[in-house]
Structure formats: C-alpha cells, structure tokens
Design a protein around this ligand. Structure first.
Ligand code: IMP
Length: 189
C-alpha cells in the first residue's frame, strides 16, 4: 500500500517507516511533488492535522496522513499547546521557545506537562484519527543534546533523563508521536 505522510521531516518519516514495515510504501511531500507550505490555521491539533491531510488528498489525489503535536503545560493552562512551534513567534526557533517557556515557568512549583500528537488519516474516502500522549515535567534547565524542540527541558514520568538524553529508539518507545504512530500502524496492518 502506498501512502503519503504529509511531512518532509526525515526523522519522522524514518520513524513511521520502521513502525509500519515493508508492506507499506511511505512517501514524503517532496516525493509526491508537493513543495508548498500546507495550511495549518486551526486552533486545535485535530483541526490542523486534518487540514493538512485533506489538503494533500484534494490537491494531489493520494491517500495521506498528517500529524500535529503540542506541548501542554498544566500551570500555563495548557499553553503553548497548538502554538508550540511558534510560541516565541516567527521565525520558529527551538531555543527561543525554550527560553520563553522557562521564563513563564519561573516560580511555578507545578511543573507537570504533556506532549500530545494527533495523526489524521484520509484513506479511501474515509477519515480516522489516532492520538498519543507522553506525560512528564518541565525541568529548570536544558539537559541533553539529542532530539529537537522542547526535548532538553522535558523529563518523561518514571525517567531520570530528559527526552534529549534518550536514544531515538528509547524516545520512540514512550513518546507521544511513537504511540500515535503505533496506533496508526496497528490500524493499517
Ligand atoms: P509538529 O506539529 O510536529 O511540527 O510540532 C510542533 C512543535 O511542537 C515543534 O516545532 C516542537 O517545538 C514541538 N514538538 C513536537 N514534537 C516534539 C518532540 O518530540 N519533542 C520536543 N518538542 C516537540
């Protein structure tokens, strides 16, 4: 089965390919000739994921899935949430986002946070959604050099390391996106 993953992020494609195995051919946006920025104007992860997947289906005529992820911090009423990528504004910068988040968390004793991923699938005219959550806490300083985004300040529950200190395999095992991808893979298989 050939299906497009609406991203050009090589790490994400690699992760999905390894979860789905050889029976599926996963193609990136580039590989279907899509070089434009996909619309992502909603105020929920669900809305954005479906917006991207439907856009690809409508304009490029291929079955497709798309993901959207946010970090929800309890003491900040769920912020940055759907705006995680551009929390500190444009252009998007992981280090500015982290700096702003740590600033906003100053003096907060409740450090609980969770990553949430929604995957929207548009397949043979039907739509499906899959979700994955990773719970943990926001630490006070950056630790570790792996991963991306907020990984150096996020320590998952039951671990004494941040996401940025885990190998890609270890992170995929417990991460929001890893869980959502597994749900998608179980469904497609
Ligand atoms: P996206 O929807 O996957 O593009 O994610 C939006 C933003 O959430 C990214 O720009 C990152 O700032 C953050 N993010 C998503 N996934 C992760 C992750 O696995 N670790 C840390 N930050 C992430």
């Amino acid at each position: 089965m050939k299906i497009c993953f609406a991203t050009n992020n090589k790490k994400k494609i690699e992760e999905v390919k390894s979860a789905l195995g050889p029976d599926f051919t996963i193609v990136s946006l580039e590989e279907i000739g899509c070089h434009e920025e996909l619309p992502e104007t909603g105020d929920t992860l669900h809305h954005n994921a479906f917006q991207k997947a439907r856009y690809v289906r409508e304009h490029y005529g291929v079955d497709c899935f798309a993901d959207d992820t946010g970090l929800e911090v309890e003491a900040l009423d769920g912020e940055p949430g759907v705006y995680s990528g551009r929390y500190a504004g444009e252009p998007r910068s992981d280090s500015s986002n982290i700096e702003l988040l740590l600033e906003n968390m100053k003096g907060q004793s409740n450090r609980k946070a969770k990553f949430k991923t929604v995957i929207a699938l548009v397949l043979e005219g039907k739509e499906y959604a899959f979700e994955g959550i990773a719970e943990g806490e926001i630490i006070h300083e950056l630790i570790g050099s792996g991963g991306f985004g907020y990984d150096p300040i996020f320590r998952p529950d039951d671990y004494d390391k941040t996401f940025a200190q885990l190998s890609m395999e270890e992170k995929n095992e417990i991460s929001h996106r890893g869980k959502a991808v597994k749900a998608l893979a179980d469904f497609l298989k």
